[in-house]
Design a protein around this ligand. Structure first.
Ligand code: ASP
Length: 305
């Protein structure tokens, strides 16, 4: 399929998790590090599933591991906006009751995906923004760590490069993280977490915290997490659209390929998608140079970039 640089379909199984470490262009010498980070997260998620945890527990756990890994653009190590601050976006969804929770433009917290999960469990609202998200997080017992604890030297350097380089245009940070899983009960779930794009305008919110754009799960279709040009992912409702393709009978890999090709053809934008269908078979596709990933489950484990 034109535009799709790489795609892969996996066997998966009753209990499976697939994670991504962001569409982008990771330098060749750093690719093994990104694959290893994804594999650590997928193993943690698979361990949760093996111990009887739900798909929702597994995707939250896997994304938490990646948020804590400074290599990735989520939680600690997130990229910076045009004023040098962190604004975190994250969402999580389960496919049985279609419950979802999300936070956007959140500063100061190391675990946005856990706060999104708290929103899902709380059930009153789906999406909390900025200081309201911080207030919700404190109400649920999360402790702010302060922005300084989350900002890495690499994130500062990336902002400086973006501001010196392309006339203060927003640049793609890469290394957003996400996970999709299916558990033994047939529950599917998806989660996505990011700092967004480097040098973004204050208040810019991308696709990652938006249900239907960055994250979607429906047990009757499958679960999806996206990464890439957030504005395009929003405009094409990519996660929901990929899930609908699986509902209509496409395999996870075909759904991922079709929607990534559509993103390129319709909007001339690039990105990546991971998906898992209701039988636990997974698929991924990207139109970027890299997208690190790892999958694990009863059947074994695999990873790549
Ligand atoms: N989709 C993310 C955003 O636009 C960025 C990424 O996936 O790298 O915020």
């Amino acid at each position: 399929m034109k535009h799709v640089i790489h795609h892969l379909g996996g066997r998966g199984g009753q209990r499976s998790i697939l994670v991504h470490g962001g569409a982008g262009n990771v330098a060749p010498e750093r690719r093994p590090l990104h694959a290893a980070g994804c594999l650590r997260a997928a193993r943690e998620g698979a361990r949760v599933l093996a111990e009887g945890g739900s798909a929702l527990d597994a995707v939250e756990r896997a994304v938490r591991v990646l948020e804590d890994d400074p290599l990735f653009n989520a939680g600690t190590g997130a990229c910076l906006n045009e004023e040098g601050h962190i604004e975190l976006d994250a969402s999580i969804m389960e496919g049985r009751g279609l419950r979802a929770g999300a936070v956007c433009a959140l500063a100061d917290f190391a675990e946005p995906i856990a706060i999104a999960r708290a929103a899902l469990e709380d059930g009153r609202h789906v999406l909390y923004a900025a200081h309201g998200a911080a207030r919700f997080a404190r109400m649920k017992g999360f402790t702010p760590v302060g922005e300084a604890a989350l900002i890495t030297e690499a994130a500062r350097e990336a902002l400086a490069a973006a501001q010196q380089g392309a006339g203060r245009a927003t640049s793609w940070a890469g290394s957003t993280v996400g996970a999709v899983a299916r558990d033994a009960s047939g529950l599917t779930a998806a989660a996505t977490s990011t700092g967004g794009t480097v040098n973004k305008r204050v208040g810019r919110v991308g696709d990652s915290p938006l249900i239907g754009a960055g994250t979607y799960a429906d047990d009757e279709a499958g679960a999806v997490s996206t990464t890439g040009h957030g504005e395009g992912m929003i405009r094409l409702a990519v996660a929901h659209s990929a899930a609908e393709r699986m509902r209509a009978g496409s395999s996870a890999v075909d759904a991922a390929r079709e929607i990534i090709a559509h993103l390129a053809e319709r909007l001339d934008m690039t990105g990546g998608v991971i998906a898992i269908d209701s039988d636990g078979r997974f698929g991924l596709a990207r139109s970027t140079a890299t997208m690190s990933w790892a999958a694990a489950g009863d059947w074994g484990e695999e990873s790549g970039v």
